[in-house]
Design a binder for this molecule. Structure first.
Ligand code: MG
Length: 207
């Protein structure tokens, strides 16, 4: 199982990070050991002083395939969940400056909390999915999938040129603006707006 992550997929987030809006998707991976499921607490790692949350819609791949052509890509998007792409921002900045891969800043143990998955039929408009993150009950990030620079089917087509997709692989589809730091004791709550209203799907306590 692979965890494929997309960086800089919302213009406003690229702007807040003071990086260029990409011409092609920015792709990186997290290992399966990064997953944190069942709303387990997250333990603040000792190697960072600036751990950031990034709330992201997560798509679970429904089919095996490679070189997926655009007309077939939507069928690969199985279910929808929400996750956090925890990032050791200080470590990432250091690595970026040296032009080195940033995996240790983003792929460490527990760096990918994910919710349960829901059917894409549960959202009012699959092309405009609203989601967000609350930190200690305060809304800190709010996104809409229509603002993605590369839409999920395009991501399937792009990524599958390089990596064969397998059922149950995950795509973290990028974070909207508003990323920020967490401290020990913080409580994070991530939600997706479904036909039934706002559904809080992921809870993550920082310990
Ligand atoms: Mg991210």
């Amino acid at each position: 199982m692979k965890i494929i992550c997309i960086g800089r997929n919302y213009a406003a987030h690229a702007d807040e990070m003071k990086v260029e809006r990409p011409q092609e998707p920015v792709v990186f991976m997290k290992p399966p050991s990064a997953l944190l499921v069942n709303n387990k607490p997250f333990y603040y790692p000792e190697f960072t002083q600036n751990l950031h949350f990034e709330v992201e819609l997560v798509y679970r791949i429904a089919k095996n395939g490679r070189h997926v052509q655009p007309e077939f890509a939507p069928a690969y998007l199985g279910e929808l969940g929400i996750g956090i792409d925890f990032t050791a921002r200080d470590l990432q900045a250091k690595l970026k400056k040296k032009g080195q891969p940033w995996e240790i800043a983003k792929g460490f143990d527990g760096s990918a909390p994910i919710s349960e998955f829901i059917s894409l039929d549960e959202v009012p408009d699959q092309n405009a999915i609203e989601f967000g993150l609350r930190k200690n009950d305060e809304l800190v990030q709010k996104g809409n999938s229509k603002d993605m620079l590369f839409q999920p089917p395009e991501l399937v087509t792009y990524v599958s040129q390089y990596f064969r997709l397998h059922m149950k692989d995950l795509i973290f589809s990028g974070t909207p603006s508003g990323v920020g730091p967490v401290q020990v004791g913080d409580e994070l709550e991530a939600f997706i707006v479904t036909k039934a209203g706002e559904q809080s799907l992921l809870h993550c306590a920082i310990r």
